[in-house]
Design a protein. Structure first.
Lengths: 128, 219
């Protein structure tokens, strides 16, 4: 039984050590999601701007985002049309394709949104 | 209790299993943190209105019955449906005074024309973007060699004089984004019969009869 006791004690010590690592890693994940500028979450750009096309009825038909850095290629770009009171009027997303000097993306499918009611755009870029 | 008896093999299995579970948890957590990019931003838009009147307008009409004559200094312009003697009107506006950047866009654009002499029956006027350059010395012959886009919109003249409006948002939005291609519109009547609609031009003596383009835009 003495051998068994020693073995169990050693196993528990090893398990505790890895559990501590895992707990620390889990804590780091949670805090990164909540913190802007955490060193473990980087960004491929610092700004974006968009233009949009309209139908003759004045509804947004597509949003064009140009000048995206090539570092963002392959990432998912989300654009939200923002109205009065920061209300979300419509959203769409697209994958930033391969590109030359800079990338561009064309987003459609915002629904029926009057261009006159759009006061701005909100962007999001996520990816590996 | 025989199964609890420690043997070298059982001890090795127990230690290996413990290490494996702990190491797996730590590895998965660090992978998910280091492999993602994340960025969020916004862009605010400024809204404004620009009204263009006579001083920014070039207009004229051409007559199939007088193919070499220009009418660029007339105070009225005609649109006639007669298949063998049509009249087309042309109008464009200089958007430069609006100072709208090419990154802006039209939220809405309305062309207002005044019918100074109405047809006997209401006509449907077709508004077609012109894709090549012209001046107010344009003739019917010259108009045949211009390039035209797909018709943007139509509007009804009614049978009384007064203002008529046409929504030209998509054309003006395109003009804003490509300021070198502002060639305005052709007004035509492709209907049957021989009906003439007369509009006031930018040189009309009555200011209220002159064409106007109102652009609500963003930048």
């Amino acid at each position: 039984m003495r051998h068994l006791t020693k073995a169990l004690a050693f196993s528990l010590a090893v398990a505790a050590a890895f559990a501590a690592c895992a707990a620390a890693a889990t804590l780091a994940v949670g805090s990164s999601k909540l913190s802007a500028g955490n060193a473990t979450v980087s960004a491929c750009t610092s700004s974006l701007s968009a233009t949009r096309n309209v139908s003759n009825a004045g509804n947004v038909t597509q949003v064009n985002v140009a000048g995206i850095p090539t570092a963002c290629s392959g990432e998912t770009l989300s654009v939200t049309l923002v109205g009065a009171g920061n209300a979300a009027l419509g959203s769409a997303s697209a994958t930033v394709g391969s590109c030359g000097t800079t990338c561009s993306a064309t987003l459609t499918g915002f629904g029926t949104v009057s261009a006159a009611s759009v006061n701005g755009y909100s962007f999001g870029l996520t990816g590996a | 209790m025989r199964f609890l008896r420690p043997t070298p093999r059982r001890i090795a299995v127990l230690v290996a299993a413990t290490i494996g579970v702990g190491a797996g948890a730590a590895y998965a957590a660090s992978l998910s943190v280091g492999s993602w990019h994340l960025w969020a931003g916004s862009q605010a838009l400024t809204k404004a209105t620009c009204t263009l009147g006579a001083s920014a307008t070039t207009d004229t009409y051409v007559a199939q019955g007088s193919p070499g004559t220009s009418f660029g200094t007339n105070t009225t312009m005609l649109v006639r449906s007669n298949a063998s003697s049509q009249d087309w009107s042309f109008i464009r506006f200089d958007l430069s005074s609006c100072n709208i950047p090419a990154t802006g866009g039209a939220d809405s654009a309305t062309l207002t024309l005044t019918v100074t002499s109405a047809p006997g029956n209401s006509r449907t006027i077709t508004v077609t973007p012109v894709l090549s350059t012209w001046s107010n010395t344009l003739t019917w012959t010259g108009a045949q060699s211009l390039s035209y886009g797909a018709a943007t919109t139509t509007f009804a003249t009614g049978t009384t004089t007064g203002t008529k409006t046409a929504t030209v948002t998509v054309d003006v939005d395109n003009l804003i984004k490509s300021s070198t291609a502002n060639f305005g519109w052709r007004l035509s009547d492709g209907g049957s019969g021989n009906q003439t609609t007369t509009f006031g031009t930018s040189q009309n003596g009555t200011a209220a009869n002159r064409p106007q383009l109102v652009i609500n835009y963003e930048k």
